[in-house]
Design a protein around this ligand. Sequence first.
Ligand code: ADP
Ligand code: ADP
Ligand code: ZN
Length: 215
Amino acid sequence: MLIILLGPPGAGKGTQAEKIIQKFSLVYISTGDILRKAVKEGSALGRKAREYMDQGQLVPDNLVVEIVRGRLMEPDCANGALLDGFPRTVDQAVFLEQALPDIDKKVDRVLLIEVDENELIERLTGRRVCGDCGANYHVKYKSPKVRNVCDQCGGDLYQRDDDTLATVTERLEVYKRQTESLVEFYQERGLLSSINGNQDIDGVFDQISSVLEDL
Ligand code: ADP
Ligand code: ADP
Ligand code: ZN
């Protein structure tokens, strides 16, 4: 099973991904997480990606496409994967569509999580992330038991460099400009399911579960 999570920054893709991969035994592939790790490690990829990420811009297609191609070919993806944050452009989607048959895979469903814009800003500027395990929190909506400490691993929580108001605004613009056209791309192929992301975390997950259980 290959599932794609689509939706604007802050829609709750990472939050839902954690729950989906557990229930449906999928491997999680987040291009954002992979890129942030590369930045932290200071690798060649990270150095190239950083200048784009800090400004809220997309990293060039050729860099991310290579990441995803390599990851999908690893043996643990044989039973299924959940893609979060990829594809982000129609060019990336076309690449995926052409690359998958060669590795005997196809996209089974695209979940579009939709959330009102003012709520997105609230979610992104209040987001906190664990520096050790990557778990997601929110200062109001999903606060950890101990302030700034991860419930799952005890790691320190931090605010992503790109979750400041100015960068958030730019990322939402980039989404509209470069990513929203993917909705039509997958609609035309009969693969899209819209999910109402303006519900609490469990409500969104229930709707996603019923879509995936029907596959
Ligand atoms: P994305 O991966 O789509 O950018 P996240 O999953 O990181 O989004 O969620 C963004 C922020 O909003 C996080 O701080 C998360 O805890 C919070 N959040 C996620 N889903 C909900 C929800 N349904 N209601 C309220 N807050 C949410
Ligand atoms: P969110 O869903 O909260 O916007 P991500 O963690 O998915 O954030 O992405 C963070 C940043 O990483 C993006 O703003 C972009 O710079 C880069 N990035 C992630 N995935 C891609 C992709 N598929 N193509 C280009 N850039 C990407
Ligand atoms: Zn943690």
